[in-house]
Design a protein around this ligand. Structure first.
Ligand SMILES: [Zn+2]
Length: 126
Protein backbone atom coordinates (compact mmCIF):
# COMPACT_ATOMS: atom_id res chain seq x y z
CA UNK A 1 0.00 0.00 0.00
CA UNK A 2 1.45 3.33 -1.01
CA UNK A 3 2.07 5.81 1.70
CA UNK A 4 0.04 8.92 1.15
CA UNK A 5 2.18 10.92 3.49
CA UNK A 6 5.70 11.55 2.31
CA UNK A 7 8.54 12.38 4.60
CA UNK A 8 10.04 15.80 4.99
CA UNK A 9 7.45 17.77 3.07
CA UNK A 10 7.46 21.53 3.37
CA UNK A 11 4.47 21.68 5.76
CA UNK A 12 6.17 19.10 7.94
CA UNK A 13 9.41 21.07 7.99
CA UNK A 14 7.44 24.16 8.97
CA UNK A 15 5.88 22.32 11.89
CA UNK A 16 9.24 20.95 12.97
CA UNK A 17 10.87 24.35 13.03
CA UNK A 18 7.93 25.89 14.91
CA UNK A 19 8.12 23.14 17.54
CA UNK A 20 11.84 23.70 17.77
CA UNK A 21 11.32 27.42 18.37
CA UNK A 22 8.79 26.57 21.07
CA UNK A 23 11.35 24.37 22.76
CA UNK A 24 9.64 21.02 22.29
CA UNK A 25 11.72 17.93 21.80
CA UNK A 26 10.34 15.57 19.23
CA UNK A 27 10.99 12.48 17.18
CA UNK A 28 10.06 11.82 13.58
CA UNK A 29 7.97 9.18 11.85
CA UNK A 30 7.20 6.91 14.71
CA UNK A 31 6.72 3.44 13.34
CA UNK A 32 5.45 2.32 16.73
CA UNK A 33 2.15 4.10 16.41
CA UNK A 34 -0.76 3.45 14.04
CA UNK A 35 -0.63 5.58 10.91
CA UNK A 36 3.01 6.55 11.55
CA UNK A 37 2.55 10.07 12.87
CA UNK A 38 4.95 12.53 11.25
CA UNK A 39 6.12 13.90 14.57
CA UNK A 40 5.80 12.64 18.13
CA UNK A 41 6.46 14.34 21.44
CA UNK A 42 7.32 11.28 23.51
CA UNK A 43 7.47 13.15 26.80
CA UNK A 44 3.87 14.28 26.46
CA UNK A 45 2.60 11.36 24.40
CA UNK A 46 1.41 13.64 21.63
CA UNK A 47 1.28 12.33 18.06
CA UNK A 48 1.25 14.97 15.35
CA UNK A 49 -0.06 14.28 11.87
CA UNK A 50 0.82 16.89 9.29
CA UNK A 51 -1.84 16.39 6.66
CA UNK A 52 -1.93 17.51 3.06
CA UNK A 53 -5.31 19.16 2.54
CA UNK A 54 -6.04 17.37 -0.72
CA UNK A 55 -5.07 13.83 0.22
CA UNK A 56 -6.73 14.00 3.59
CA UNK A 57 -9.74 15.99 2.39
CA UNK A 58 -9.59 19.05 4.56
CA UNK A 59 -12.68 21.26 4.35
CA UNK A 60 -10.77 24.11 2.75
CA UNK A 61 -10.01 25.32 -0.74
CA UNK A 62 -7.08 22.94 -1.14
CA UNK A 63 -9.17 19.99 -0.08
CA UNK A 64 -11.74 20.19 -2.87
CA UNK A 65 -12.66 16.98 -4.59
CA UNK A 66 -11.45 16.92 -8.22
CA UNK A 67 -14.14 17.52 -10.85
CA UNK A 68 -13.17 14.69 -13.12
CA UNK A 69 -12.58 10.96 -12.70
CA UNK A 70 -14.87 10.92 -9.71
CA UNK A 71 -15.16 7.16 -9.93
CA UNK A 72 -11.47 7.07 -9.10
CA UNK A 73 -11.10 9.95 -6.65
CA UNK A 74 -14.19 9.62 -4.49
CA UNK A 75 -13.46 6.11 -3.19
CA UNK A 76 -9.74 6.83 -2.93
CA UNK A 77 -10.03 10.04 -0.96
CA UNK A 78 -12.87 8.77 1.18
CA UNK A 79 -10.73 5.72 1.92
CA UNK A 80 -7.93 8.00 3.07
CA UNK A 81 -10.31 9.78 5.42
CA UNK A 82 -11.59 6.54 6.85
CA UNK A 83 -8.06 5.31 7.39
CA UNK A 84 -7.16 8.58 9.12
CA UNK A 85 -10.06 8.29 11.55
CA UNK A 86 -9.16 4.71 12.33
CA UNK A 87 -5.52 5.65 12.94
CA UNK A 88 -6.41 8.55 15.23
CA UNK A 89 -8.74 6.35 17.21
CA UNK A 90 -6.09 3.62 17.53
CA UNK A 91 -3.42 6.10 18.59
CA UNK A 92 -5.74 7.48 21.27
CA UNK A 93 -6.53 3.98 22.46
CA UNK A 94 -2.82 3.58 23.19
CA UNK A 95 -2.99 6.59 25.51
CA UNK A 96 -1.61 9.22 23.17
CA UNK A 97 -3.14 12.53 22.14
CA UNK A 98 -3.59 13.29 18.46
CA UNK A 99 -2.86 16.67 16.97
CA UNK A 100 -3.67 17.16 13.30
CA UNK A 101 -1.96 20.06 11.57
CA UNK A 102 -3.32 20.92 8.14
CA UNK A 103 -1.10 21.96 5.28
CA UNK A 104 -3.03 25.22 4.86
CA UNK A 105 -2.21 26.17 8.44
CA UNK A 106 1.53 25.92 7.86
CA UNK A 107 1.86 28.69 5.29
CA UNK A 108 2.34 31.50 7.79
CA UNK A 109 5.05 30.45 10.20
CA UNK A 110 4.07 32.93 12.90
CA UNK A 111 0.43 31.85 12.88
CA UNK A 112 1.52 28.23 12.87
CA UNK A 113 3.67 28.76 15.91
CA UNK A 114 0.79 30.40 17.78
CA UNK A 115 -1.55 27.60 16.77
CA UNK A 116 0.85 24.92 17.97
CA UNK A 117 1.51 26.76 21.18
CA UNK A 118 -2.20 26.98 21.94
CA UNK A 119 -3.08 23.46 20.91
CA UNK A 120 -0.15 21.91 22.74
CA UNK A 121 -0.81 23.89 25.87
CA UNK A 122 -4.13 22.09 26.22
CA UNK A 123 -2.58 18.71 25.46
CA UNK A 124 0.54 18.75 27.57
CA UNK A 125 -0.96 20.11 30.80
CA UNK A 126 -0.88 17.39 33.36
ZN1 LIG B 1 -6.65 22.95 4.41
Amino acid sequence: MARIRSKGTRPELQVRSALHRLGYRFRLHSTQLPGRPDIVLPKYRVAIFVNGCFWHQHRCRLGRMPRSRLDYWVPKLNGNKRRDSRNYRDVKTLGWSVLVVWECATRDSRKLQTLLQMRLRTLVVK
